[in-house]
Design a protein around this ligand. Structure first.
Ligand SMILES: Nc1ncnc2c1ncn2[C@@H]1O[C@H](COP(=O)(O)OP(=O)(O)OP(=O)(O)O)[C@@H](O)[C@H]1O
Ligand SMILES: [Mg+2]
Length: 311
């Protein structure tokens, strides 16, 4: 449920690193409680830098961040980590204790919770990420995908109201990726946690985004996934691409498939195809005419960055 409560509000946020690299310029945005927001943008666009502002890891006089109406600079650390949990891009940046239990317990212990409550939270968080039996394992020895899960559990154990995930699906196998995506959706839809995610995986994006921000030092665009993916010049300028199934339907249009409805996921593709075929008495007619290949090549050029796209 998306409420009218402002979870995050950012105003005039700019940030340069000490070596002079300008990472963020004048960011303004508002995210309401319960929303699923995805932030996209090319490598080096400032996504990670932006996320480090959301829980106050980077303390910044050059702009203001409010969390549930309170200025982040006025919040005590225990309050900050309880409001906003950030799962880092690289799990090795997050896990530093001798056992998985200790890593997941670290936040709750620092929040001053008693032993019983800490244990309960660790069990709950590890079972959410499917690692019930991992408490005594050494985080350093886990596989990358397992470390990602522990890093998420270490944040969930603080029961944050806002969950910020930096590249949660990168380098995961297909099943782990699907499990992670479903878990994030459940955390949002069942537990009501606001989710803010940076990701390059555009095929997974629609499931995780009510709204998308395109960040490239500044906020370049904001809109629904459909609005963002329909704007191919925006995509190109910001090294982004549309989901494969969206591009495939653009190509089908070149073959004479006449529906303007373009799917963002396979499920949507099946729905749209079913609707179209039912509306045409059981058939779709495709054809090749003299301009078809030129049209397909234009579509591929507008959406692709790699060499087959003649870029
Ligand atoms: N500690 C640092 N010192 C100096 N410059 C930095 C530091 N951390 C990041 N940068 C620079 O700030 C810019 C933004 O980096 P950031 O990591 O926020 O980008 P990103 O959008 O997360 O990229 P990616 O998609 O590759 O994860 C880059 O130019 C990067 O080189
Ligand atoms: Mg990053």
């Amino acid at each position: 449920m998306i409420g009218a409560v402002e979870a995050i509000r950012v105003k005039g946020l700019s940030y340069s690193y000490s070596d002079g690299t300008k990472a963020l310029e004048d960011i303004d945005l508002t995210i309401n409680e319960g929303e699923k927001v995805v932030v996209v943008g090319p490598n080096g666009a400032g996504k990670t830098t932006f996320f480090l502002h959301l829980n106050g890891t980077i303390k910044n006089p050059g702009g203001d961040v409010w969390v549930f109406g309170k200025k982040i600079s006025d919040l005590k650390i225990e309050e900050r980590i309880h409001q906003v949990g950030v799962v880092f891009q690289d799990p090795d940046d997050q896990l530093f204790m001798p056992t998985v239990f200790d890593d997941v317990a670290f936040g709750p212990v620092n929040m001053g919770l008693d032993e019983k409550e800490v244990e309960m939270r660790v069990h709950k968080a590890l079972s959410k990420v499917g690692l019930e039996d991992f408490e005594e394992k050494v985080p350093h020895n886990l596989s990358y995908g397992q470390k990602k899960r522990v890093a998420l559990a270490a944040v969930l154990s603080m029961e944050p109201r806002v969950l910020v995930l930096d590249e949660p699906t990168a380098n995961l196998d297909p099943k782990s990726r699907a499990d992670f995506i479903n878990l994030i959706i459940d955390l949002n839809e069942i537990d009501g946690i606001t989710t803010i995610i940076a990701m390059h995986d555009v095929n997974a994006l629609p499931a995780l985004a009510d709204r998308v921000y395109v960040l490239n030092k500044r906020v370049v665009a904001e809109g629904s996934p459909r609005e963002i993916f329909s704007d191919w010049s925006l995509l190109k300028e910001n090294s982004l691409e549309a989901p494969d199934v969206f591009k495939l339907f653009k190509v089908l249009n070149c073959f004479g498939y006449s529906s303007d409805d373009l799917p963002l996921s396979f499920d949507e593709a099946v729905e749209i195809l079913t609707r179209t075929i039912e509306g045409t008495e059981g058939h779709i007619h495709l054809h090749i005419h003299e301009h078809t290949h030129k049209e397909i090549s234009d579509v591929m050029n507008s959406y692709n960055h790699h060499r087959n796209g003649k870029e």
